[in-house]
Write a protein that binds this ligand. Structure first.
Ligand code: ZN
Length: 399
């Protein structure tokens, strides 16, 4: 399917279904009824114009596989529906409040669908066209949305989206590498943008994006590694800057940056084990993982903690089955998607990192034979599907 379609045929079918359900609930509000009618007519017209998408027809996931996964407590079709209809509620407070984060949101949704083997159901051409609009050729960076200034976080996510859409050739790799290099500071750290805030997240984003562009040579890697090591604390963890409190999110960015930058051996094996202990102590009574001592468990730490343990080759130090149960309990039974904790509303961020957690725990692989459902497994360092890191020849180290 080609053309100006922003939503695929399949997502229109789902939107129509959702709107029809909403209309039933709001039967008394005549005005709303006519609004829904107009939208539904428009969607029907669009689908007549475009016809069924190839993605829908080529979707190789059988009803048997869907049923087998549901028996295991994984609601595949609800998650698919959740991601495909993400962009329809543009009038909600959440949509407006997260406008500046759109680049990351699109990546999380797209990559979640890719892990589930459903990427082709996304409007890939339109996503690439939108990413191009967020590019600033004058400095080589990408903003979080159209008309937003360039920033390291969004530049990495834009490069990742282009990689997922097989569209990396479109961008001038040297120009983007220059944007990133320009943000490296004298101490090896990276600022997020021209305003100069420094944070270990930006080092990870810089190195991950440069690796994808095959331009790691553009920055001073030994200095970047030394800065990360300077952010290590006595408990084995890492913070956002030197002397900042250890936090699982920052630990992932620091371990990931050292893994990409070839700096893991700057820390002794004994000291890495101190970190592994700190990480496995993040498992709470609920089976979920928290990000710091005394905090509640949250699905996203399934990723930050597990990916770090994976680089340290210590995933077996936590109870995998209890964590799997925790993530499955965080699925939203009504709308699909995964939330931060049980009985909360699903969102795209926790949906993506929950799926990544299930992938790293081997949930899908374990049941591959009886479900017939094969996911694209996630790379624990790059947070990209392994087939993508393989295709790009990306390298990362383990302890
Ligand atoms: Zn979270």
């Amino acid at each position: 399917m080609s053309g100006p379609a922003y939503r695929s045929y399949q997502s229109n079918v789902l939107i129509k279904e959702k709107l029809n359900n909403l209309r039933k609930d709001l039967r008394s509000a005549k005005e709303m009824d006519s609004v829904f009618n107009t939208i539904i007519k428009r969607l029907e017209q669009d689908n007549e114009d475009w016809g069924p998408s190839e993605g829908l027809n080529n979707c190789s996931i059988s009803n048997d596989a869907v049923g087998a996964l549901e028996k295991l407590g994984f609601t595949l079709l609800k998650h698919q529906n959740f991601v495909l209809t993400l962009d329809i509620d543009k009038n909600t407070m959440m949509y407006c409040a997260t406008e500046h984060l759109r680049m990351q949101g699109v990546f999380w949704g797209l990559c979640a669908m890719d892990l589930l083997g459903m990427k082709e159901m996304m409007p890939l051409d339109d996503i690439v066209a939108w990413v191009k609009e967020c590019y600033h050729p004058e400095d080589g960076g990408f903003g979080g949305n159209v008309y937003h200034d360039s920033h390291m976080l969004y530049t990495q996510h834009a490069i990742y989206i282009l990689a997922l859409c097989d569209a990396l050739d479109w961008v001038d790799h040297n120009r983007v590498a220059f944007f990133i290099k320009d943000l490296q500071q004298g101490d090896g750290s990276f600022a997020g943008d021209k305003w100069g805030e420094v944070d270990t997240r930006f080092t990870y984003c810089a190195l991950a994006a440069l690796a994808v562009l095959d331009r790691l040579d553009a920055v001073d890697l030994p200095k970047a590694n030394r800065f990360i090591v300077s952010c290590r604390n006595f408990d084995g963890g890492f913070g956002a800057v030197p002397d900042a409190e250890s936090h699982a999110g920052y630990i992932f960015t620091c371990v990931g940056a050292l893994s990409i930058g070839g700096g893991l051996d700057l820390i002794s094996k004994q000291d890495w084990d101190v970190l592994a202990w700190w990480l496995c102590e993040r498992q709470c009574d609920s089976g979920g993982l928290n990000g710091r001592p005394e905090k509640q468990a949250d699905v996203c730490y399934s990723w930050w903690v597990l990916s770090s343990l994976s680089v340290l080759q210590r995933v077996d130090w936590i109870s995998k089955s209890r964590l799997m149960d925790y993530i499955l309990n965080c699925q939203d039974p009504d709308t699909g998607g995964i939330s931060d904790r049980p009985d909360c509303v699903g969102d795209v961020y926790h949906t993506f990192f929950g799926l990544c957690g299930l992938s790293l725990l081997g949930f899908f692989r374990k049941h591959e034979k009886n479900t017939g459902f094969v996911v694209n497994s996630i790379d624990p360092v790059f947070a990209l599907p392994r087939y993508v890191t393989k295709k790009l020849g990306l390298r990362s180290d383990k302890v």
